[in-house]
Ligand binder design. Structure first.
Ligand code: HEC
Length: 105
């Protein structure tokens, strides 16, 4: 049902995860690792590990390896995301990582 409206998929399924679990360290004031989830370009560009997200290509997206705890960078630090949230982020990237409203923006 979200196929026709990818921005809605972002707002309903993805933004709440990023806002709750990631935004406190990855925002425009505090760009940990060089990325802010309020700034899509910074996420595409990524930090020292290269692009955090490659739209349409989950296997090339460092962010997904980080949230699967497969890399030295493990996100979020301390407690891994529930599998359902990992799936939602993977699906979002597979569909092209379309952005929408997040946080107070
Ligand atoms: C408590 C603060 C904190 C939270 C919460 C957090 N991060 Fe991070 N993140 C960091 C720090 C610090 C780094 C840099 C780590 C390093 O380079 O060793 C980082 C690095 C990253 C990187 C790698 C960037 C690069 O190329 O080096 C990605 C991707 C990332 N975070 C994604 C996420 C995601 C997705 C979430 C939420 C699920 C999240 N982070 C939650 C602090 C946080």
């Amino acid at each position: 049902m979200f196929a026709a409206d990818p921005a809605r998929y972002f707002e309903k399924k993805v933004a709440p995860i990023l806002a709750r679990r990631c935004l406190s360290c990855h925002n425009n004031a505090m760009k940990d690792g060089g990325i802010s989830f309020l700034d899509r370009d910074s996420v595409l560009k990524g930090g020292s590990h290269g692009p955090a997200i490659v739209p349409g290509k989950p296997e090339l997206s460092y962010l997904l390896r980080a949230i699967r705890y497969k890399e030295d960078v493990k996100m979020p630090p301390g407690i891994p995301l529930p599998a359902k949230e990992v799936e939602a982020l993977t699906e979002w990237i597979r569909r092209g990582a379309v952005w929408g409203k997040i946080g107070s923006q």
